[in-house]
Design a protein around this ligand. Structure first.
Ligand SMILES: *Cc1c(COP(=O)(O)O)cnc(C)c1O
Length: 222
């Protein structure tokens, strides 16, 4: 497993304007250091405890994206330590992030996770729910949270037309919010879609941030 080589190959394929989150969950800090040594600065983690353990020992210029389901009782522990929380999947979680950010005197940047996949196991706002959140301008009460865009996952299936349709739906939700000038959102410009197996389709459908783990770091041992 040559992390630097994998990383270079992935970076060579990703078009300009598309960011890369190297998803390092379940991999040790040493492998993150390898990617860091090869120039990568943005990493994705999905579990709070694991993230905190890695974060404390690794260089402070790493930009950490939290990409997993965030339990409300753990929010406080990660506030101020992430560049982007990509997996805001409920209004309750969002409000809590806002409150804890205010207490800590920081502004948290987040993405709203939307659920379109045909699996019960995935988290996120349903499309109508998310659109309603914005049309009712419920974001206006946030004081210490900047909503930067949308994150989503496609169904876990070999049916690529299904995968494409899912990404298309996520992108269309993202655009209907981003293009609604009446909302007056600023910096709502991030559409995070695509993982190792499907990121090319995601980029074709408009993603500007891909989250790639296995293709860079190899299979995870759970
Ligand atoms: C694990 C994970 C990824 C990376 O998946 P790979 O298939 O290993 O590239 C991307 N996004 C989320 C939300 C994840 O949990």
């Amino acid at each position: 497993m040559n992390v630097a080589e994998n990383l270079a190959e992935v970076l060579a394929e990703i078009p300009p304007g598309v960011g890369l989150v190297a998803v390092s969950k379940f991999h040790p800090a040493s492998i993150i250091s390898e990617a860091y040594g090869a120039g990568q600065r943005c990493f994705g983690e999905s579990r709070v405890q694991e993230f905190l353990e890695k974060e404390k020992d690794l260089p402070s210029d790493i930009r950490w994206h939290f990409i997993g389901h965030l339990q409300t009782n753990k929010v406080k522990q990660i506030i101020g330590k992430t560049t982007l929380i990509e997996s805001v999947d409920s209004e309750r979680l969002l409000d809590l992030i806002d409150r804890e950010s205010a207490k800590a005197g920081v502004v948290s940047r987040v993405l709203m996770q939307v659920h379109v996949a045909k699996e019960e196991t995935k988290f996120g706002f349903y499309p109508e729910e998310l659109l309603q959140y914005f049309s009712e301008r419920r974001f206006e009460k946030l004081t210490n949270t900047h909503i930067c865009g949308v994150m989503g996952m496609a169904s876990n299936t070999d049916d690529l037309s299904r995968v494409r349709a899912d990404f298309r739906e996520i992108a269309s939700i993202y655009r209907s919010i981003a293009d609604d000038s009446a909302l007056g959102l600023r910096g709502f410009d991030t559409l995070s879609m695509g993982m190792s197996g499907d990121w090319r389709i995601a980029v074709e459908e408009g993603s500007n941030l891909v989250r790639i783990g296995t293709r860079i770091f190899g299979e995870r041992e759970y």
